[in-house]
Design a protein around this ligand. Sequence first.
Ligand code: PGA
Length: 252
Amino acid sequence: MRTPLVAGNWKMNKTAAQARQLVQEMLPGLQAVTTVERVICPPFPAIWAVSELLQGTGIGLGAQNLYWEASGAFTGEVSPGMVKEFCQYVILGHSERRAYFGETDVTVNRKVKAALANELIPIVCVGETLTENEAGQTAAVIERQLRLGLQELSPEQGQKLVIAYEPVWAIGTGRAASGTGANAVVADCIRPTLASLFGEAVAQSIRILYGGSVTAANAAEFFSQPEIDGALVGGASLKPAEFVPITQAAAR
Ligand code: PGA
């Protein structure tokens, strides 16, 4: 059985002071949902403040990115070791990083390896754009992202991954995929590709999340799908009245 996982991707929102306040508002509700792995991914400057509040709560902390080198002259970057000091998870290969910051399957692969080497759990994002979707390229794009992004990982490393299927056209648009549509992409493309990379048993053990306009209103539609093991939540993760019920829906 795969333990459901719900992660909140705060993106570039909330100062440290605002983050502290938001976590305090959500914490009692999140703590009550014990059968779901719950993770908050604030921006870097808020990580320390949030980590103090999450101590001993059972709620995980994640970063939204990292650089693969351990240290050195890489102005503006954050190393895996710096992330590991506070976090257990790291989102990698998010479509916004691919679209705006030049991230490629090759750089995602370096980051995934660096995260694993530092005992961080990578939440690796894959998904097709609207144009790719309409051209019938969804499976080919996702398979490429997985094969290159997860290149040269052993089955033991593969077992530690979390994958997020995030169709780019569904992110921040209010136009979520359908539960059955997202399930079909996971069942027909993502899990079979993971099986060919790591073997069937490992593929069956990897959590695959859906992300893209998940709300309290539509979360249950995704969590009732057999192949979807949780959600990567953007906008709704900034609202306690949305994020807490999403975690509750994952528990059912
Ligand atoms: P959204 O973002 O929930 O605001 O669509 C999801 C994500 O980008 O991870």
